[in-house]
Write a protein that binds this ligand. Structure first.
Ligand SMILES: Nc1ncnc2c1ncn2[C@@H]1O[C@H](COP(=O)(O)OP(=O)(O)OP(=O)(O)O)[C@@H](O)[C@H]1O
Ligand SMILES: [Mg+2]
Length: 283
């Protein structure tokens, strides 16, 4: 099982590249596509999902560029997932199964399995309009899984979820990760920290880094500093350096700074986090 994204470029308008020379080969596991707003995450996902034509480059699924071959194996949860407020989860999933050409009999069994998997059995007969954000996202994941996809694409799935629902969602993704390729986009570092086997950092349409979380952290070693400054000195440090975190302390303000050299003589090297890496690469 292999997805090859080969030198993809996209211009929505002539002269403006929303994605450029993007190349990535994926194998089973979870890849976290991490980038700030407007980085090109949804553009890339829509191209891989065959909903948007690239201006250049191509996508190969198991060596083939036939979009229908990929579509058969695809599950997709778009960033703006339309809900059907009057349908219950069961009705909505039956509807989606019919669109995907799954027989009513097969759909019945599969829908029961999925409602259990996403923990919506109790609410399954109530209209979706009355669901919480997290419950709707779980319906979205269930519809994406109807055909037991080998390639699952989920675009910012944790937006609007409360912390408990976010954790539940991450666990679900981790459970699904065996023997399929999952591409999960987010601008929330902790979403990928927990589940991703590899992280693709993207900004301004470019792939900045593709690595395991540990290898990504290793590239930041020796570049993250801890120091405490006075309130008066704070504006200087914020102006001059990339501050990844601030803490109020009785003795002053504790800063984390991403910089190649020590920002002050009393600064101490500290262990990098993925948040530092994200800022270091995208700022
Ligand atoms: N349909 C479109 N027409 C014109 N420009 C677009 C269109 N869709 C996206 N863009 C532009 O392409 C760039 C990448 O957008 P994209 O939605 O792919 O980013 P993103 O990483 O998904 O951002 P977000 O985190 O906000 O979802 C942005 O500059 C955006 O304004
Ligand atoms: Mg997006």
């Amino acid at each position: 099982m292999e997805l090859n994204i080969e030198a993809i470029g996209k211009q929505y308008k002539r002269g403006t590249w929303s994605l450029r020379d993007f190349t990535l080969t994926l194998e089973p596991g979870v890849v976290g596509l991490l980038g700030p707003n407007g980085a090109g995450k949804s553009t890339l996902m829509n191209i891989v999902a065959t909903l948007l034509k690239p201006s250049e480059g191509r996508v190969l699924w198991n060596g083939s560029d036939d979009p229908n071959a990929l579509r058969r194996d695809l599950g997709y949860l778009p960033q703006h997932f339309g809900v059907y407020p009057n349908l219950s989860a069961i009705e909505f999933l039956q509807y989606m199964a019919a669109l995907k050409g799954i027989s009513a009999k097969a759909a019945k069994t599969r829908i029961a399995e999925l409602l259990h998997l996403v923990n919506l059995e109790d609410a399954a007969r109530r209209p979706i309009g009355g669901y919480s954000g997290g419950m709707r996202q779980r319906v979205g994941i269930a519809q994406a899984l109807l055909n037991d996809p080998k390639l699952l694409i989920v675009d910012e799935p944790t937006v609007g979820l409360d912390p408990a629902e976010r954790v539940r969602f991450r666990n679900l993704i981790a459970d699904l990760a065996t023997d399929r390729i999952i591409i999960l986009s987010t601008h929330i570092v902790s979403d990928v920290e927990a589940t991703a086997h590899t992280i693709a950092l993207i900004n301004k349409g470019h792939l900045l880094s593709y690595n395991t979380p540990d290898a990504l952290l290793a590239t930041m070693q020796g570049r993250v500093w801890d120091l405490t400054v006075t309130r008066d000195d704070l504006p200087y440090f914020k102006e001059q350096y990339l501050v990844s975190h601030m803490n109020q302390r009785p003795e002053g303000i504790q800063l984390r700074i991403v910089h190649d050299e020590a920002p002050a003589s009393h600064a101490q090297i500290t262990h990098p986090t993925l948040e530092d890496a994200f800022l270091g690469y995208t700022a």
